[in-house]
Design a protein around this ligand. Structure first.
Ligand code: ATP
Length: 444
């Protein structure tokens, strides 16, 4: 993980928030390559969940919601972690993450000092809205995007004439006052979620639950992730959330071990029942094709972290490869083997030399590719070093412009994974790149 964290900083994927002030724990900034990668992951998910499904529509609801929302959802009462402090070194722990022997002896795992009793700690960030800071002005930063979907479900049925079964997808920020935020961007206080809530008729929920498990697994296959680094974990009775009938996590083998990437949950009719109760509004669905039968739909949720997926993609892509045997640093290259449709830069154009008109020619070629691809241009240093820099950024294709280009209009196309090079006419570049992206299969 240290290597990935350092590469992420060095190459402008992720920076610590407010670093010049010593950093803000639990918050990270996404640099030029990081935001591109994040946007592509989001775009891939959005396409998968909306464009490829006739029965799913999108939503962007507000982060600030009426505080009753969080009473109805159970977050005010239940969204807590068990917290213990060390009286001596003041370290703070989640009780469920402390080794059993320390817990039994109530001894701090770090300094051996005495620990406080366990107390419940609500993970929601609470603040005030408006000028008065009294209890009537309390408002929360949303800890999940799902509730914004539930409170809009009737609006969407009416405005978009949706019929059950149907889904609503949303990408957005969520905030949790996490006690432990180690492992880089894995668990942060401010993060983004990719959530889709699928509304189904009670009784068909188990079938849809299985269907969504299949679809989400297939999504990662399509993304080109190492499938032996993914597995299912079913929630046991003591893990199952108060609202869930069944729940599976997709876990990824991160450098620190198997950890949750996404949850697929059968949330039953819990949420819509609670919103009916707390808002006084009728949340029943009227089935006009089924004799006007009325019911509260069940909800199948797929909920992944966008920033956590980005960490997964970085870990999955990271590779160190021996490429020479000279006994120095150049023997090894660091390469991010991103799927080309996720890579922050798709193609880099490199003139062999700055002089003799090669730079101008390379810039023209880049200009031609810009409309269709994320491009980069680099003219500094030896060509081998420039390839290495692009490998480290995960750029799948490099185009090199040399003296022969001036003569016959051909360029060298270099492939990141195999380091192979082919010579093709520059006019064929765009079509060839499109074809390579579509046919891409990771082989190493
Ligand atoms: P965890 O057990 O890791 O705390 P959770 O079960 O509370 O996660 P959910 O509430 O199901 O998580 O949220 C759905 C997804 O949102 C998770 O699978 C994860 O990818 C992401 N997520 C949740 N909490 C965080 C966080 N603090 N930082 C980054 N991503 C998060």
């Amino acid at each position: 993980m240290e290597k990935i964290t350092s590469l992420a900083k060095r190459r402008g994927f992720v920076f610590q928030s407010s670093e010049i002030y010593g950093g803000q724990g639990g918050a990270w900034d996404y640099g030029p390559l990081g935001i591109e990668l994040k946007n592509r992951i989001e775009g891939t998910w959005w396409k998968e969940m909306t464009q490829l499904h006739d029965d799913i529509v999108g939503l962007d609801s507000a982060i600030l919601m009426h505080p009753r929302t969080w009473e109805a959802s159970g977050h005010v009462e239940n969204f807590t972690d068990p917290l213990v402090d060390c009286k001596k070194c003041k370290a703070r722990f989640r009780e469920d993450l402390i080794p059993a022997e320390n817990l039994a002896a109530r001894k701090c795992p770090e300094c051996g000092g005495e620990m406080t009793d366990t107390r419940k700690f609500n993970l929601m960030f609470k603040t005030h809205i408006g000028a008065a800071e009294d209890s009537a002005s309390i408002i929360y930063l949303r800890p999940e995007t799902a509730q914004g979907i539930y409170v809009n479900y009737k609006n969407i049925i009416q405005s978009n004439r949706m019929k059950i079964p149907f889904g609503i997808a949303q990408v957005g920020k969520a905030f949790r006052n996490e006690i432990v935020t180690k492992n880089f961007i894995f668990r942060t206080c401010e993060f983004e979620q990719l959530e889709m809530q699928f509304f189904v008729k009670p009784g068909s929920d188990e079938e849809w639950f299985n269907e969504w498990r299949k679809r989400r697994w297939a999504y990662y296959e399509k993304m080109g992730v190492k499938m032996d680094h993914l597995r299912w974990h079913q929630h046991g009775p003591d893990e199952l959330a108060h609202y869930a009938k069944d729940a599976y996590d997709i876990q990824y083998l991160f450098p620190m071990g198997w950890r949750e990437l996404e949850g697929v949950h059968n949330r039953t009719d819990f949420d819509l029942n609670r919103h009916t109760q707390y808002s006084g509004k009728d949340m029943q669905y009227i089935d006009q094709d089924g004799g006007n039968e009325r019911y509260i739909p069940y909800i199948i949720e797929t909920s992944a972290g966008l920033t956590r997926t980005l960490l997964m993609v970085l870990c999955d892509a990271y590779d160190e490869e021996k490429v020479a045997d000279k006994g120095n640093d150049d023997d090894w290259r660091t390469v991010l083997r991103f799927h080309p449709s996720l890579a922050p830069i798709t193609v880099a154009v490199l003139p062999l030399m700055k002089k003799d008109g090669l730079a101008e020619l390379a810039k023209d070629i880049r200009q031609d590719l810009k409309e269709d691809f994320a491009t980069d241009y680099d003219q500094g240093g030896a060509i081998g070093r420039r390839y290495r820099r692009q490998d480290e950024a995960g750029t799948p294709f490099c185009v090199t412009v040399d003296y022969q280009t001036k003569e016959d209009g051909t360029v060298t196309l270099r492939f990141r994974d195999s380091m192979e090079q082919v010579r093709i006419p520059k006019e064929e570049l765009a079509a060839r790149l499109r074809q390579e992206i579509k046919a891409y299969k990771r082989e190493c």
